[in-house]
Design a protein around this ligand. Structure first.
Ligand SMILES: [Zn+2]
Length: 261
């Protein structure tokens, strides 16, 4: 059994442990590792900065029994822009909860890349917070193999209908003409063409170009609503961190978002 290993990871949770230790969850390319950090909560701890929430770094771990202990750490990115922005921090916490509830034991390097990329844009404040949220939600679904099929209307095979309707339960897109004859109309969102294009981009494009698009006005609102409702419909889970994020966003955005029944 390997007793030492060095890996790069992102701290996605920190919790107090024993009198002065803490436990951190590291998201790595090989999944999540729970690591005990000795004396991390003592004044002057040498690991204070490197084991802070949402720090990306290189960690040398010692494995003893069933448990990992931190031996040494180098911080590679602290995402300083997050630290002074409560809304961005709340959103990052929601991402963390999503990852912790959906990641498996299998290596999923794309989840780490998605998280780091999203933190970069949140920290740099170069994209609207709600856009970062929607992109993360929809791409996460794709990475988990739960992506919607948005290639064309499955009935008439139209690639880019003038009035697309995105269905949540069926995870597909119909043109508005075929939608009239669809049996299940319950969980469907009529959207603009630009929203369909944005959703396709987020699902299918290379990770490097994930955030390289813009949406304006009503289209942006429709896209945000679709991404969140699609995720909640698929996962059927409750996320306390999402509730907190919504409360920060105020009552006017809350009515745009509807939780699945
Ligand atoms: Zn059609």
């Amino acid at each position: 059994m390997q007793t030492h290993l060095t890996l790069r990871g992102l701290v996605i949770r920190e919790t107090a442990f024993h009198d002065a230790d803490k436990m951190i969850d590291l998201l790595t390319e090989d999944g999540i590792r729970a690591v005990q950090v000795r004396s991390a909560r003592k004044a002057g701890s040498k690991f204070a900065a490197q084991t802070q929430l949402f720090t990306y770094g290189e960690y040398c771990l010692r494995c003893s029994g069933e448990r990992y202990y931190l031996d040494s750490a180098v911080s590679l990115n602290q995402f300083y822009g997050l630290r002074t922005d409560l809304e961005a921090l709340a959103l990052a916490s929601y991402f963390s909860e999503l990852i912790r509830k959906t990641a498996t034991d299998q290596p999923q390097p794309q989840l780490l890349r998605l998280f780091l990329l999203s933190l970069h844009y949140l920290s740099a404040h170069s994209r609207p917070v709600l856009l970062v949220k929607a992109v993360f939600e929809l791409r996460l679904m794709a990475e988990l193999g739960m992506m919607p099929n948005l290639v064309c209307c499955p009935v008439c095979l139209q690639y880019l209908p003038a009035h697309p309707v995105l269905r949540l339960r069926e995870a597909d897109m119909l043109c508005d003409y075929c939608f009239q004859f669809a049996e299940d109309k319950g969980t469907a969102i009529p959207v603009k063409q630009s929203v369909l294009l944005a959703a396709r981009h987020v699902i299918y494009v290379d990770m490097e170009r994930l955030f390289l698009f813009r949406l304006k006005g009503e289209s942006a609102g429709e896209f945000y609503a679709y991404a969140e409702q699609y995720l909640l419909n698929r996962l059927r889970m409750f996320f306390p961190t999402l509730k907190f994020f919504r409360e920060l966003n105020g009552p006017e955005t809350e009515q745009d978002f509807i939780l699945p029944e």
